[in-house]
Design a protein around this ligand. Sequence first.
Ligand SMILES: Cc1cc2nc3c(=O)[nH]c(=O)nc-3n(C[C@H](O)[C@H](O)[C@H](O)COP(=O)(O)OP(=O)(O)OC[C@H]3O[C@@H](n4cnc5c(N)ncnc54)[C@H](O)[C@@H]3O)c2cc1C
Length: 428
Amino acid sequence: MPVKDNQKTLIIGANFAGLKAAAALPPQSGVTLIDRSPRFEWTPNLHEVLSGVTRPDDLMLDRRKIAERLGHRFLTGEIESLDPDRQQLQLSGQQTLDYDTCIVACGLTSHFHDVTGAAAHAIPFRTAKEASTALARLSALLSEKQAVTISIVGGGFTGVELLGELLRRSRNESRLTFRLFERGQQLLEGQPAVVSQDIRKLCAPYSVDIRFGAQIRSVGEETIELENREILASHLTLWTAGTTGPRFIQNSVIEHNAQGMVRVNPSLQSASHPSVFVAGDLAALPEPVLKQAYHAMDMGALAAKNLSHYQQGQTLQTFIPAPKPLALAFGDLNTYLIQGDTVLASPLLAAAKEAVYQLYMTQLSANLPLPEFSKGISRRASRSFKNLLLPELVRLRWLALLKQTRVLQWGGLKDLDNFARGLAGTFH
Ligand SMILES: Cc1cc2nc3c(=O)[nH]c(=O)nc-3n(C[C@H](O)[C@H](O)[C@H](O)COP(=O)(O)OP(=O)(O)OC[C@H]3O[C@@H](n4cnc5c(N)ncnc54)[C@H](O)[C@@H]3O)c2cc1C
């Protein structure tokens, strides 16, 4: 295909995948980034908002400034519809934008599975705004009521990390009861069962009720009803069970699956519309990958590269997911590093997870003007030192923490090799 001058490229969604794509495209090359919100959000530490270890502001960066530094344009707006046949999209307020090529990196949103009352009474937990809403509701409840029951629906990564953070905050408050409802038979389905078992052991001394095989029938203002008609108190219901693609994808002719994720070939190109590339959680690859920020960023970089190749009629590259370990924090009780079948558990790994957060935020905010960059870095670094590392140092718990470091399960040398390669990729 001949290279056209004045190519217009739109990147829809400016978080992990979208920003990484923008960073991989040359400055002043006709790129416009669009997001409904002006601020980038670092979701992997979102659950810490509930314990007060992290403040929503620490997780955010100014998208417009990053885009301008990269030599691109940024628009704040809600995408209402995508017409991939006419290569057009419409923003709320009827503004229409044409494109020659497009990267869709809109991620997924919470899905209530049509459970009665869930949309009205449960608080989803995927954005900083939702985390702030949950925190405000929790604080109000604690000042209003003597006995409070907090429920988490969904025992995946977000649900488990949320429970850990609630236990960090209030595990010794006897007036609180925590419940976690999981449809399957273990926490973190698809991951080694030892992690689920270890978390249950850690919860045993506290008022924590984990229900497996639980199907929610309805959610009320202060109740949860199960399919077996059991009605339980729930003053705060946090919803982490299930995700779906954005409505404008579901209403579009672009090929997508039942979950509203866009079907792509192994080069992240839409299966139905070759001028559209998809990156991050929204991409339905022939071989599914875990919905993780590091995959989203790698996809963003590759989608940008393949988009340039497509414009120049060159061969596209295949997305190969990096074998990085999964890091799961369970408040201050434990942190797990999972690589294949190997599981390492240690409260000290919290510092490693924090280091990865600091590293990526530094890399991303390196695109900000200098004063803001240094202000942000020093604020984040001092706060995380104060909130995460200092308490452990003060309590002189290092020896005790070291003793708690264990290999919960050993999956063989292959995992060790992948672990080393994953770490090298992270700090590259
Ligand atoms: C609570 C929580 C904890 C997590 N912890 C981890 C972790 O520890 N490690 C890890 O690797 N991953 C973690 N993840 C997963 C990680 O956040 C996702 O994999 C990652 O955010 C996906 O990046 P993305 O760019 O594809 O989508 P997103 O980060 O979801 O970004 C999508 C962007 O598109 C915008 N957008 C969506 N629809 C529209 C529209 N209609 N109009 C305009 N803009 C729109 C949104 O505003 C958003 O900015 C966690 C996720 C959550 C929710």
